[in-house]
Ligand binder design. Structure first.
Ligand SMILES: *Cc1c(COP(=O)(O)O)cnc(C)c1O
Length: 461
């Protein structure tokens, strides 16, 4: 095989056809997959192929195999977990990123993607109202965003205590105390485990999952030595936000680093209407968010923002001779855990270029307004209770007993018109909706209300 245009042409043509078939099926197909991973795995099992297959045929076979096992996450009728769809400009940009095949690690090697990602980073800081000279990295998601932010935090608070963790490791150093609200996301624990910091001490939260400042203040009083406080913008169940100004003020009063996990909720800061709920968020030291949730770019794309670049570089920079620095700017790889990676910040550039500021504000406001409308309409169905104050994009419903809620959840999912997740919150089983897809429209809202209504009628009380 030689790499002339023809070798690519037919394979890409087929990929485009399959893409369009998939996208055209989205408005009407049942949202859920028709088979489980186990079923699909056994039905496609074959011995390692001995011989080559033409690229175009590989694409056809791949599309055929995958079809029954695809979840219609790009559908406006998908309300599961917290997962956005994909904006057209972001999807198309993602294709270009693959075709360009740029290794986005270094400015000197791939100037186009480095410059585009830097521009996207500047736009993000402006939109989210965060300090404009912060360092921005594009990791795989908010989990790795939390890892980067907390690694920078670890370097900084230990530096303050006279300990160079990046040179000397954790073992003989001072103990770092990490405090996090009781309702923090599991990815924070994962990041802390990777960093050798163990499980955080949990601080009481209120019934919406917001950290309680009085409890945080008491917890901080007992801490001796280096300390990190992890706050949350956007609770998975309530959608609500920690009281940022007060909590960050308390953390800083004690010399602690304040990190914000804002995987989906940090986007509320872009909306003039919603921003007051995040008042003071710009005072933190680091922030993690996702572009693949609220901004609706393809997986996998997170964003990590650190106010001072030094602790981020202390944790992630690797100055070996073959890595050529270009001027004084830091290289993209110095702000994420990977060296070689695709230019995942480029679809962010495309999403922001296509939406503009007004489009981002409209998107964020509309997702929140849709969640409020769904909560209102679903809450008026007989036997349905909305358990959370709908602060952003998340709605938690109970249908009476836990058993009945689970039964309704099963029925909603089996029905196929919409997809919503079952979860457990505040000691009760819930049906949880997340409004995270840019394309959810008035018809999808009607469909969702009808689907839940149907499921309640069929469920025993
Ligand atoms: C989704 C989410 C995460 C993890 O983000 P990934 O992009 O899945 O890695 C972290 N925190 C919160 C609050 C989330 O909603």
């Amino acid at each position: 095989m030689s790499a002339d245009g023809d070798d690519y042409s037919e394979a890409l043509q087929r990929a485009r056809e399959h893409t369009e078939t998939w996208l055209a099926s989205i408005p009407t197909r049942p949202v859920g997959p028709r088979v489980t991973a186990d079923e699909l795995q056994s039905s496609i099992a074959m011995a390692l192929p001995e011989h080559p297959l033409a690229a175009a045929d590989v694409v056809d076979e791949l599309a055929r195999i995958a079809e029954p096992g695809l979840m219609a996450i790009p559908s406006g009728r998908f309300f599961g977990w917290v997962m956005g769809g994909t904006l057209p400009a972001a999807l198309a940009a993602e294709w270009l990123v693959s075709a360009w095949d740029q290794n986005a690690a270094m400015r000197v090697a791939t100037p186009a993607t480095a410059a585009l990602e830097e521009q996207a980073g500047d736009w993000l800081l402006e939109l989210l109202g965060l300090p404009r000279d912060s360092a921005v990295g594009f990791p795989t998601g908010a989990t790795t965003g939390n890892l980067v932010g907390l690694a920078a935090a670890r370097s900084a608070v230990l530096q303050q205590a006279g300990w160079d963790v990046d040179a000397d490791g954790l073992t003989a150093g001072p103990r770092v105390t990490v405090l996090a609200g009781a309702s923090h996301h599991a990815s924070v624990d994962l990041a802390l485990r990777c960093l050798g910091l163990g499980m955080p001490l949990t601080v009481d939260a209120d019934d919406q999952g917001r950290i309680r400042p009085d409890a945080l203040s008491r917890a901080l009083e007992t801490v001796d030595g280096p300390c990190i406080v992890v706050l949350q913008a956007g609770d998975l169940h309530s959608g609500d936000f920690d009281p940022m100004r007060e909590a960050i003020g308390l953390a800083h009063g004690r010399g602690a680093w304040a990190h914000v996990d804002g995987a989906f909720g940090l986007w509320a800061a872009a909306s003039p209407t919603l921003r007051p709920r995040l008042d003071g968020v710009e005072l933190a030291d680091s922030w993690a968010t996702d572009a693949h949730k609220t901004l609706n770019v393809p997986y996998d794309c997170g964003v990590v923002i650190v106010r001072r670049r030094e602790p981020m570089l202390a944790a992630f920079s690797a100055h070996t001779a073959y890595l050529l620095r270009d001027g004084t700017a830091t290289d993209p790889f110095e702000r994420v855990p990977e060296m070689s990676r695709r230019a995942r910040g480029v679809p962010v550039w495309a999403a922001l270029r296509s939406l503009g500021r007004s489009g981002v504000v409209e998107l964020v406001d509309r997702l929140a307004a849709t969640a409020a409308e769904l909560a209102d309409r679903l809450g008026r169905l007989p036997g349905v209770e909305v358990l959370n104050e709908v602060a952003f994009t998340q709605v938690c419903l109970s249908f009476g007993s836990d058993e009945r809620t689970r039964e309704v959840t099963r029925r909603v999912i089996a029905d196929g018109a919409v997809w919503m997740s079952g979860s457990r919150w505040a000691g009760r089983d819930v049906l949880r909706l997340s409004v995270s897809n840019w394309s959810t429209d008035a018809r999808d809202i009607d469909t969702a209300v009808e689907a839940v209504s149907r499921a309640t009628l069929g469920a025993e009380s």
